[in-house]
Structures are given as C-alpha cells and as structure tokens.
Design a protein around this ligand. Structure first.
Ligand code: PEP
Length: 261
C-alpha cells in the first residue's frame, strides 16, 4: 500500500506557545503510527519556526515554511531567505499557497523562481495549485492547473521529482467560506494533474505525491483518501486541534486500508 501524506498549514494562527503545545500533542497522539505508512507534516508561521524546530520530535513530524524568497540574500525587506530556513533545520517549503497567489498577488513566474530556489537548496518543495470559482465556471479548471504546473515547474529537471510534492487546493474550496470539492471532482482534477506532471517530467513524475486540500473535514476525509489519484490530505481548520487531527488521520488510514486490502 502507498504511503499516505497528511499535513497542515497553520497560516497566521498559532503563536509561539500554542504552536509548541500543538506540535508536542500531535507527536504524542500519533507516535504509534508507523512513519512507513504516513508522512506527517506541519507548516507553522515564521515567527514560531525556531520554537517548532526546538520542541518537536522531527522523527514524527516534518516541519516546513509557508513561503520563501528566491534569492539567498539581498535587498528584499520582509522576505525570508532559503539559507535562513535551512539554518533552522527545515527541509520543507510550501510555495504558491492560494493566499499567496490571491491575497498577495504572486504569479506563476514568481512561484517558478521560488520552486527552483527551494529545490536547489535541497528542500522538499510543496507547490500548491488550484483554480478559482470563475475558472471552474468557465470550464477551464484543467487548463488552469496544467498552466500552473507547466510554469511552476518550468526548467525543473525530472531528477528533482523526488523532492517535489503538489497540493491541489481549489480556491473556492479553501477556508471559512469554502465549499469542499466532491470526491469525484477532486479525483478528476488529480488525474488531470498527474497527466500534466507526466507530460512535464515523464516517468519520474510517479514519484510526486499529489495531495488534496480545501475544507477537508471528518465528514469527507474518508471519501477523498480512497480516491486512486489522491495521495494525501492537506488539511487546514480541521487539523488545528491535535486530537481531532489524530482522529481524522486514523479514520482515513483505516478506510484506506479496508478499501485497498
Ligand atoms: C488551506 O487553506 O490550505 C486549507 C486547506 O484550509 P481549509 O482546510 O481550512 O479549507
């Protein structure tokens, strides 16, 4: 059976002590789950990263950053250098989250610069993609995802696939006003994504896990995780309580195992 990915982006929510408590509890809760079966990752906010790396047992939880600059250093006030993230001991960075694209106006070309920089620093690089409600309405979801992937991974070599993760997060499904995608719709978009990744990277694309994110909750996690093209769940609000996230993971794993035995 394939390894399942479960992760959460804490956005700008938990402060330093809340992040510490959350991570310690999540490790305690999930310790008995074999890490051969799951990859568990958490992406806290920048100001908490040093505390997170100090307090969290990294054998159980991989920690990541929510964004980074494509340059190592220079006149980039307010940006975070990949060298600084590496110095903190991080090995995962998320690029192109919907809020970076749609609230802060980042473009595919900028995401590509960041992806290339992250890979060149040896980070696991999680590229987030997703269509808006309007693009879905116009029937151009697949085209949108293909173009985000083609530009996002422009001039990235197939040898880098071992360090690439992709999260499909339809913009209309994310956050408090989001509507969760149905499992069938998510599966059909994941198939499109896997086809596009194959076009870009050839066979090495099979190494890239593709996660679904956007209003994942205890009521839909199981129907999503059993979809053949969904390799994991990228969970926001429903993961921010360590007990509830632990339950969601276990329930999803159970259903996945039953479905695949
Ligand atoms: C997100 O913002 O990436 C996300 C998946 O959030 P939520 O699960 O809360 O919709």
């Amino acid at each position: 059976m394939k390894k399942l990915y479960f992760g959460s982006n804490l956005k700008m929510y938990k402060g330093i002590s809340a992040t510490r408590e959350y991570l310690q509890k999540l490790v305690e809760n999930t310790k008995d789950i074999s890490r051969d079966d799951i990859e568990l990752f958490i992406i806290p906010s920048y100001a908490t990263l040093q505390t997170a790396t100090d307090c969290c047992d990294r054998d159980f939880v991989r920690l990541g950053a929510q964004n980074m600059c494509w340059e190592d250093q220079g006149q980039f006030t307010g940006e975070i250098s990949p060298c600084m993230l590496a110095e903190m001991g991080l090995d995962l960075v998320m690029i192109g989250h919907s809020e970076r694209r749609h609230v802060f106006g980042e473009s595919d070309v900028e995401e590509n610069k960041k992806v290339k920089a992250a890979l060149s620093h040896g980070f696991k690089t999680l590229l987030c993609i997703g269509e808006t409600a309007e693009q879905k309405e116009y029937g151009i979801s697949a085209e949108t995802l293909r173009s985000q992937l083609k530009i996002g991974f422009y001039s990235v070599s197939p040898e880098e696939c071992k360090n690439i993760w992709v999260a499909y997060e339809p913009v209309w499904s994310i956050g408090v006003n989001g509507t969760p995608a149905s499992a069938d719709y998510a599966e059909s978009m994941h198939k499109e994504i896997k086809t596009a990744l194959y076009e870009i990277f050839g066979e090495k694309a099979e190494e890239i896990p593709v996660l679904y994110g956007g209003s994942v909750n205890p009521g839909n996690a199981e129907s999503l995780i059993v979809q053949p093209s969904i390799d994991g769940l990228f969970v926001g609000r429903a993961a921010w309580d360590a007990d509830k996230f632990d339950t969601l993971i276990r329930d999803a794993m159970k259903v996945y195992a039953e479905h695949n035995c």
